[in-house]
Ligand binder design. Structure first.
Ligand code: NDP
Ligand code: 2IT
Length: 447
């Protein structure tokens, strides 16, 4: 078996040199899915996983724009259209200086499995740019978004490819891009998700990834006769996903003690309550400030510059910032300090070696493609509402989100339960996500 996996990975690597994040994501899937494939006659000789590791289409384009000083700036835009076997390409756009082909291909690859798990008809894609919105004026962000969309618009559409937000792309950026798309096409359609409520957005979409992750963690805990009530929770990040994960934890009676950004983390031993979280939301979303400012407002809290929060004792950890933000050393520290559950809000935040530590110690561990799927799931619900030309209530969307997270949890159990009863959620999510896409690809022939 090891040999089959190794030769598969070396074939993929030979075509994708210098793409470490993409290879990391493919390796994790290969190690769990290949042992399943070899036992299923229908997949023999079909090279399904090899086809899934090859994007259907990769778009790369120049994005020129003029800054506030009148200088011409050049960024690179991307859209990876990874797989459309079960629906139109669907996935977010990331604006961050670290964006390159490897990062977006890993995200697009993960998205295919994640979207399959949601139970909704969505293929997988991802895109973005190495543009850094930090420190830019609203006018600069608008000009960049308009220029980006002036190329992207010809490749996307409500039945073709439906982008959304991710790191550095929130309501403001989606608004500017939607405005430009509508102007170029002279059409009002659901071509992007994460839109504002008055122009086609869905209630609960901003909350969905963070809430969904906490619902998933609740499902894992419930299976072990536990709840979130009274648990201490360590969260990384302080953006969209982290904020709403914190909100839901607080609502369910847990105590959130950390948040972070790329400069460091804050620790509040008394717990971040609703009022303090409202301060963080105002700070990050409107003033676009740094998390270190939290300790100026709440001096009993501490700020640890340049550090990540995993050294903090906790019951539950919700990594919600970025890829590879939690390594083997961090995992050992979490386990040593009594952490019982790690549920990923970010995409691939735990390294391969960190996951091995969690599995070795039988920690409840949920991979992002299962536990953060609530965001794209509610994007799918936004698309459904746009097609119906109708809006569901907050309660209706929240109930559907809860139901979907429960279904995803069930799928992970179906394919991930081991002989001793331990649920390997990585294996479960990868196989369950694979089966639906693979069967659609088989039915559609060699395309
Ligand atoms: P935001 O841009 O709203 O927030 C990102 C947060 O992560 C910020 O606090 C940011 O800090 C921190 N961060 C980003 N890059 C780094 C880095 N290289 N090192 C340390 N910290 C970093 O993004 P989201 O909250 O939307 O996304 C967070 C994660 O969740 C990502 O992995 C994303 O792919 C994933 N995700 C998002 C979904 C969504 O619906 N938005 C859905 C599913 C997954 P700083 O401000 O200093 O950069
Ligand atoms: O990683 C993700 O799932 C997202 N950034 C959300 C994608 C979406 O289409 O809502």
């Amino acid at each position: 078996m090891e040999q089959i996996i190794k030769s598969f990975l070396s074939e993929v690597e030979s075509k994708n040199r210098n793409e470490p994040e993409f290879m990391q994501a493919v390796q994790e899937v290969a190690e769990t899915v290949i042992p399943y494939i070899v036992k299923q006659d229908i997949y023999h000789g079909k090279n399904i996983l090899l086809r899934m590791a090859e994007p259907e289409r990769v778009l790369m384009f120049r994005v020129s724009w003029v800054d506030d000083q009148g200088e011409i700036r050049v960024n690179r835009g991307y859209r990876i259209e990874m797989n459309s076997a079960i629906g139109p390409y669907k996935g977010g756009l990331r604006f961050h200086p670290s964006v390159d082909l490897s990062v977006l291909k890993f995200l697009a690859f993960e998205q295919v499995f994640k979207n399959s798990l949601t139970t909704l008809p969505m293929g997988g894609g991802k895109g973005g740019s190495d543009f850094d919105p930090k420190g830019k004026s609203d006018a600069e962000v608008m000009r960049f978004c308009q220029s980006f969309m002036t190329e992207l618009f010809r490749h996307i559409g409500p039945n073709k490819d439906i982008p959304a937000g991710d790191i550095g792309v929130g309501g403001r950026e989606i608004g500017y891009m939607f405005g430009q798309y509508k102007r170029l096409k002279n059409e009002f359609t659901g071509v992007l998700t994460g839109k504002g409520i008055s122009w086609g957005g869905s209630l609960i979409r901003p909350e969905a990834t963070g809430y969904g992750n906490v619902y998933f963690a609740e499902n894992m805990l419930q299976k072990n006769s536990q709840t979130l009530e009274g648990k201490s929770v360590v969260i990384s990040g302080s953006g969209n996903v982290a904020q709403y994960a914190a909100e839901k934890c607080i609502q369910l009676g847990a105590k959130v003690v950390t948040l972070s950004d790329s400069s460091g983390y804050i620790y509040d031993a008394e717990g971040i309550d609703e009022e303090k979280l409202a301060f963080v939301m105002e700070l990050k979303n409107n003033r676009r400030g740094r998390i270190s400012e939290y300790v100026e407002a709440y001096p009993s809290a501490q700020f640890f510059a340049g550090k990540r929060p995993w050294e903090t004792p906790c019951d539950i950890a919700l990594p919600s910032a970025t890829q590879n933000e939690l390594d083997e050393k961090d995992a050992i520290s979490l386990v040593k300090n009594g952490c019982m559950c790690v549920s990923e809000g970010a995409n691939m935040p735990s390294t391969h070696k960190a996951i091995a530590i969690f599995h070795k110690h039988k920690i409840l561990f949920a991979p992002g493609k299962a536990s953060n799927a609530g965001g794209v799931a509610v994007s799918g619900l936004e698309m459904a509402q746009n097609s119906l030309r109708y809006n569901w209530t907050r309660e209706e969307v929240d109930a559907k989100l809860k139901g979907i997270m429960h279904e995803i949890h069930n799928s992970c159990i179906q394919y991930g339960e081991e002989s001793d009863g331990y649920i390997n959620y990585v294996k479960g999510a990868n196989i369950a996500g694979f089966v639906k896409v693979a069967d659609a690809m088989l039915a559609q022939g060699v395309v």
